[in-house]
Design a protein around this ligand. Structure first.
Ligand code: G4P
Length: 290
């Protein structure tokens, strides 16, 4: 299993920044990767979000297993929390859907204000999400222009950027530097497999083998079919991938390092099909607390 380091210094700085920002907002819009809805949450947010309504947006649904995405959306909807699944790349109305859902979530509070004769101001929402999850893309979809990219130049601070996304919604961006504390090694491994963690310092062969193991468990027969191999052992499967994709050394031996890199690229771009690497618990299961 891949060991991913956690840096307490980064965590502390991020925690301070997050506490400050949370004071200024009515609502949290948390972006997660639809293929790994649990691993891509920031545990720090769970610790700190106390009581704030939360809209979870599952992004990259075009690459996730649609059956699982539907289950996750249902599982993640609960009191004071809503969930939407969107394809930020192709769905041009994704931004509107997010704004609408945010307003639905804030409706009880705004109705109460109206009942007291107060005209509610625009909802203030904080957008957050781990790096590479699609946060800039989402903000641009919501704001309808390249607001984030424009502000993301060297020397231009992004520390407290309010984006007037809509007359009824203002968005606060948070830098994607939040470094999650990984509760277990599989979380780090899944994030690395889908490219949320810079994998230059990690052992890609290990990451690939972890991902192979997960896919073999969740989608039996899938890799066997693609790579035409009956290998059940992840290392053996890596060798089969090397053979199938012709990653061979000069002496004809399997180059499993190159095969691992190729496999991860194929996985990250959904060339193996629409796969979710975390499955929602069965709705009838008693364990299903979320
Ligand atoms: P960030 O601000 O959270 O770091 O993420 P950003 O919006 O920059 O998006 C990261 C990558 O994910 C981008 O690809 C972006 O196009 C892609 N992306 C975002 N949302 C979706 C989605 O719903 N579906 C798909 N298929 N892709 C999405 P990129 O610039 O090519 O980066 P990379 O893929 O090489 O990492």
């Amino acid at each position: 299993m891949v060991k991913v380091q956690w840096y307490p210094g980064h965590m502390e700085k991020a925690r301070r920044q997050m506490t400050e920002r949370l004071k200024a907002v009515d609502l949290i819009i948390e972006l997660r990767d639809a293929r790994i809805p649990e691993a891509s949450t920031n545990p720090m947010l769970n610790m700190m979000a106390q009581g704030k309504p939360r809209l979870i947006v599952l992004a990259k649904t075009d690459m996730a297993d649609p059956v699982q995405t539907e289950k996750w959306v249902r599982a993640l909807r609960k009191d004071n929390q809503s969930c939407l699944a969107v394809d930020l790349m192709r769905d041009s109305s994704a931004g509107k859907k997010i704004i609408r859902e945010a307003l639905v979530l804030m409706k009880p509070k705004r109705d109460k204000q109206r009942a007291r004769g107060i005209n509610p101001r625009a909802v203030r929402a904080m957008a957050c999400g781990i790096p590479n999850v699609g946060k800039s893309t989402m903000i641009n979809r919501i704001a309808g222009k390249n607001t984030v990219k424009a502000a993301d130049k060297p020397g231009v601070t992004r520390s407290l950027t309010w984006i007037h996304a809509d007359p009824q919604l203002e968005l606060l961006d948070t830098p994607g530097v939040l470094w999650p504390k990984f509760d277990d090694e599989m979380t780090g491994s899944l994030l690395a497999a889908l490219g949320s963690i810079n994998d230059d310092i990690l052992d890609r062969k290990m990451i690939a083998m972890d991902a192979i193991h997960v896919i073999q468990d969740l989608y039996p027969g899938k890799l066997e079919e693609i790579y035409e191999s009956g290998e059940v052992n992840p290392n053996g499967m890596l060798k089969a991938i090397a053979a199938k994709r012709r990653c061979l050394r000069e002496n004809g031996e399997a180059d499993t390092k190159r095969a691992a890199e190729l496999f991860l690229t194929e996985l990250r771009h959904a060339r193996l099909g629409r796969l979710s690497l975390e499955h929602a618990k069965d709705e009838n299961s008693e364990e299903n607390a979320e």
